[in-house]
Design a protein around this ligand. Structure first.
Ligand code: 3H9
Length: 692
C-alpha cells in the first residue's frame, strides 16, 4: 500500500514493513516524515501487526534531515515529533540500515527500539560539518549507547563509523547478511515479538553515562587535544557542551531543550550558513552546464605521467590508489628511481600509520611502471605532463607527445599559470588538450582545477570532471586564463601582502591578520613552507623584489631554516631580523617611506583585493559560478570553511559594503582596487555575487 509518493506499507505475517523511497539519499523531507508517521499510526492501529520494520530503498538509509529545508518554517511532524511517535510506539520498531545512517537519519534510528544493519553500512552524525549539532537528540542518545568518549569523537569529527564498529560500540543490535537486510530485519522483529522483548528506549539508559561520571578531565583533555583542529569553528564546542550536558543531573527533556537551544543558535549563525553553502557548492561544482546532451565520457584504463618529481609522483599516486595503472616517464634512470623510491616511502609511511594495509603498498607500487622513453606512453588514454613550469619546456613536451600518443588520448598539462592554448598549439590536436591543475601534495590535496581551453572537446571536459571524482578529488571546471581561479586570486593577495610590508607592515602582522581570519597559516608562513624558490628564475628577475633578494641570499624558507622567518631545528619559527632588514632596505631603495599600517588596513586590502579578483574572474567567465570560486579557495588554499569562501564572504558583508570599501581603498591605494564591473552591476541590480 502506498502511504504517499515516497513511503509504502506492507504487512508480512505479523510484521509491518514501512519502506521509504525518496531518492537520491532518503533525506527526511516533509513528505518522508509525514509518510513514516502515517505508516506507523496505521501499523499501531492494525491489530494483526505485532512489530514494525523501518527500511529504505535505493542507495542508503536516511542521510539526515533534508538540508534544503533547514531554516525554513517547520512542517509537522517535525523530526522531533516523528521521533516521539516512534519512541512511544506501543509496538517494537526495528530500524534496518544500509548505506549511510547519517545525522537525523541515525537520530531516527536511535529512537527505534532495535537496530540492525548490513556490514557495509555506516553510521554517523556529520552535522558538525554543516556547522551544526545533531539537534534531534543525537547528542543525548548517542553517548547513552556508545559512551561519552566515543560520542565526543563521532560528533566533533562527523566521521561515520563502519557497521561492524557500530555493533561493537553498542549502536547496533545485530548485523544482517549483506543483501538480505529486509529478511533479517523482519526475522529480528519476529524474534523481538516472540521473545516478548521490551520496548527499549535509549533515553532511559544511563549505564554508559555512569562510566564517565566524575571524570571532567575527559572533556578538558578532549578540548585540549583538538584545539588546533577546532580553532575558529563554533560547532565542535557546541557539540561538546551538549554531550557534557548528558552528565548533568536533569530530566532528559531538559537536556533535549538545551540541545535544541544550542542547535538553534548554530542555525542562526553565519558559520553554519557558510558550511551548508560549501556542502552544496561542492556538489554543484561537479556539474557541468552547457555540454551537449549526448556528451559521453571516455574510458581511462591507463594513465601516463611525465615527470617523477614531487608533483608527478603525487599525481601518479592518485591513479594507483584508484586501481588505475600508470606509466611514469622521467629523463634519467636516476630521477625515475628517486621518484619511485619517494612514492614507495610515502605509501610505507601511510601504512605505518595504519591508514592503509601493508599489502596495499606492493599492490599500488605494482600499478606503477617507470620508463625513460616517452614512447612508452603511446597506448595511454590520458597523459599528464608535470615537468618544469616554463612554456618552452611544456611546448616541447607536447610537440613530442603529439607524435607518440595514440589517437584519442587525452593530453593534459599540470601547469599552474601558463596559457594552455599556447601549449596545445604545439600539437596538431588542440581539442584533445586539457589542463589538470593538481595542488601540492598532489596525493593529498582535494582540489583539482580542470582547465578547459577554447578548443577542449566536451567529452574530454566531462571525462576529466568524472575522473576527478574517481580519484577522490573535487574537480572545479575553470577557464584558461593566467593562474586560472586559485592562483589568480593568490596573485592578488600576493600583490597586497608584498605592498603592505614595503609600506610599513611586518610579515608577521600580515600573517596574524590572516591567521585570525581563520587561515591555517599566514601568507608569508605559507611562502616559507612552500619554498621561496619555487618558480624562481634567478636570471630573469634579479633582485627585483624582497622575495628575489631573500632567494639570492639562500633564504628559501623552512627548508633552509630561513625565509621571512628564521627556523630552528624543529622548524619553530621566529620573525627574522635579517628579512626585516631586507624589507626596510628594499623599501628605502624604492623611495617608500614606511608608516604605521593597522591590522584593519591589512585585513581590508588583502581580503577585498581577493574578492575583487574573484568577481573579475567570474565576469570573464573563467569560473562558471561564484560557488566554484569559493570551492577553489576553501579546498585548495585554506580559506576557512566557516567563512564559506571569498564570494560567499563578500555577499555576507553585503555587496554594497564591498563596493563602498573598494572605492575607499581605490581612493587611498590606487587602481588595484578599481571595483570589478560585475560588482557594480550587481549592486545596481540589488543582487549578490551568488546571483551572477
Ligand atoms: C541533520 O540531519 C540535522 C538534524 O540533526 C537535526 C534536525 C533538527 N539533504 O553527496 P552526494 C543531496 S543535518 C538534502 O553527491 P554521495 C546532494 O545535495 C543533515 N540533500 O552523494 C546531492 O544532490 P544533487 C546531516 C541532500 O553518494 C545528492 O543528494 N546529514 C542531503 O556521494 C547526492 O549527494 C548530512 O550531513 C541532505 N541531507 O554521498 C549528510 N544529503 O544530486 C549529508 C545529500 O542535486 N550527505 N543530498 O547534487 C552526505 O554526506 C552524502 O550526500 C551521502 C551520499 C554520504 C549521503
Amino acid at each position: 500500500m502506498k502511504v504517499n509518493d515516497v513511503v509504502s506499507y506492507v504487512v508480512e505475517g505479523q510484521i509491518a514493513v514501512i519502506t521509504v523511497d525518496s531518492p537520491p539519499v532518503n533525506a527526511l523531507s516533509n513528505a518522508v516524515r509525514q509518510g513514516v508517521a502515517g505508516a506507523i499510526q496505521t501499523a499501531i492501529g492494525d491489530t494483526g501487526v505485532g512489530a514494525i520494520v523501518l527500511i529504505c530503498e535505493g542507495r542508503t538509509f536516511f542521510a539526515g534531515a533534508d538540508i534544503t529545508e533547514l531554516g525554513k518554517p517547520p512542517v509537522e511532524p517535525t523530526l522531533r515529533n516523528l521521533q516521539l511517535v516512534l519512541e512511544n510506539a506501543s509496538k517494537p520498531i526495528v530500524a534496518a540500515i544500509h548505506g549511510t545512517a547519517l545525522g537525523g537519519g541515525l537520530e531516527l534510528a536511535l529512537v527505534a527500539h532495535y537496530r540492525i544493519a548490513v556490514p557495509s553500512a555506516k553510521c554517523g552524525l556529520p552535522e558538525v560539518n554543516l556547522g551544526l549539532l545533531p539537534g534531534a537528540g543525537g547528542t543525548q542518545r548517542l553517548p547513552r549507547v556508545v559512551g561519552v568518549a566515543k560520542a565526543l569523537e563521532m560528533v566533533t569529527s562527523g566521521t561515520p563509523i563502519a557497521a561492524t564498529a557500530a555493533k561493537e560500540a553498542g549502536l547496533l543490535d545485530e548485523l544482517a547478511r549483506e543483501g538480505d537486510l529486509r529478511a533479517d530485519a523482519i526475522a529480528l522483529a519476529q524474534r523481538v515479538l516472540d521473545e516478548r522483548r521490551p520496548l527499549r528506549k535509549v533515553r532511559d539508559r544511563t549505564d554508559r553515562l555512569d562510566e564517565a561520571r566524575g571524570k571532567p578531565e575527559i572533556f578538558a583533555d578532549f578540548r585540549k587535544a583538538n584545539a588546533r583542529k577546532f580553532r575558529g569553528f563554533l560547532a565542535p564546542e557546541y557539540n561538546i557542551r551538549c554531550i557534557e550536558a548528558t552528565l548533568v543531573d536533569q530530566p532528559f527533556d531538559e537536556a533535549m531543550a538545551y540541545e535544541r537551544s544550542l542547535f538553534n543558535e548554530l542555525m542562526a549563525d553565519s558559520q553554519s550558513a557558510a558550511q551548508r553553502h560549501v556542502f552544496f557548492a561542492e556538489r554543484q561544482a561537479a556539474k557541468v552546464d552547457g555540454l551537449p546532451a549526448d556528451t559521453a565520457t571516455l574510458p581511462i584504463a591507463k594513465v601516463g605521467v611525465i615527470g617523477a618529481g614531487t608533483m608527478g609522483g603525487g599525481i601518479a599516486m592518485n591513479f594507483a590508489n584508484a586501481g588505475i595503472p600508470v606509466t611514469i616517464v622521467e629523463t634519467s634512470e636516476e630521477a625515475l628511481f628517486r621518484g619511485l623510491r619517494i612514492i614507495r616511502g610515502n605509501y610505507e609511511t601511510t601504512a605505518a600509520k595504519g591508514k592503509m594495509k601493508a599489502s596495499d603498498v606492493d599492490t599500488r607500487m605494482g600499478l606503477l611502471t617507470g620508463s625513460v622513453a616517452m614512447e612508452d606512453l603511446a597506448d595511454c588514454d590520458l597523459i599528464i605532463e608535470a615537468v618544469f613550469e616554463q612554456i618552452d619546456v611544456k611546448r616541447a613536451v607536447f610537440g613530442k607527445l603529439d607524435a607518440i600518443a595514440k589517437s584519442g588520448s587525452i593530453l593534459a598539462t599540470n601547469t599552474s599559470y601558463l596559457d594552455i592554448d599556447d601549449i596545445a598549439a604545439a600539437t596538431k590536436r588542440p581539442a584533445d588538450v586539457v589542463g589538470l591543475h593538481f595542488f601540492s601534495p598532489a596525493n593529498v590535496m582535494k582540489l583539482l582545477e580542470v582547465v578547459r581551453t577554447k578548443d577542449t572537446k566536451p567529452e574530454i571536459v566531462l571525462t576529466a570532471m568524472k575522473l576527478a571524482r574517481t580519484i577522490g578529488k573535487i574537480g572545479v571546471l575553470v577557464g584558461n586564463g593566467y593562474g586560472f581561479v586559485g592562483n589568480r586570486i593568490l596573485a592578488a593577495r600576493n600583490a597586497q601582502a608584498d605592498a603592505l610590508v614595503l609600506e610599513g607592515a611586518t610579515p608577521w602582522a600580515v600573517d596574524k591578520v590572516l591567521y585570525d581570519f581563520g587561515f591555517a597559516m599566514g601568507h608569508f608562513q605559507m611562502r616559507d613552507l612552500v619554498g621561496l624558490d619555487v618558480g624562481w628564475n634567478a636570471k630573469a628577475t634579479a633582485s627585483a623584489n624582497v622575495r628575489e633578494i631573500l632567494n639570492e641570499m639562500g633564504r628559501h624558507g623552512q627548508k633552509t631554516r630561513g625565509g621571512y622567518y628564521d627556523y630552528d631545528d624543529k622548524r619553530v619559527q621566529t620573525p627574522s631580523p635579517v628579512a626585516m632588514q631586507v624589507i626596510e632596505d628594499f623599501a628605502a631603495k624604492q623611495g617608500i617611506v614606511r608608516r604605521e599600517v593597522s591590522d584593519a588596513e591589512i585585513h581590508d586590502r588583502i581580503l577585498f583585493a581577493m574578492v575583487n579578483e574573484g568577481a573579475r574572474i567570474l565576469d570573464e567567465g573563467i569560473a562558471a559560478r561564484a560557488s566554484d570560486v569559493d570551492i577553489v579557495w576553501v579546498t585548495g588554499y585554506g580559506w576557512p570553511k566557516y567563512r564559506g569562501g571569498p564570494m560567499f564572504w563578500a555577499d555576507l558583508q553585503g555587496l554594497p559594503t564591498v563596493l563602498e570599501t573598494l572605492n575607499a581603498l581605490k581612493a587611498a591605494h590606487g587602481d588595484a582596487f578599481t571595483p570589478s564591473p560585475l560588482i557594480e552591476r550587481l549592486v545596481a541590480q540589488g543582487k549578490g555575487l551568488k546571483d551572477a
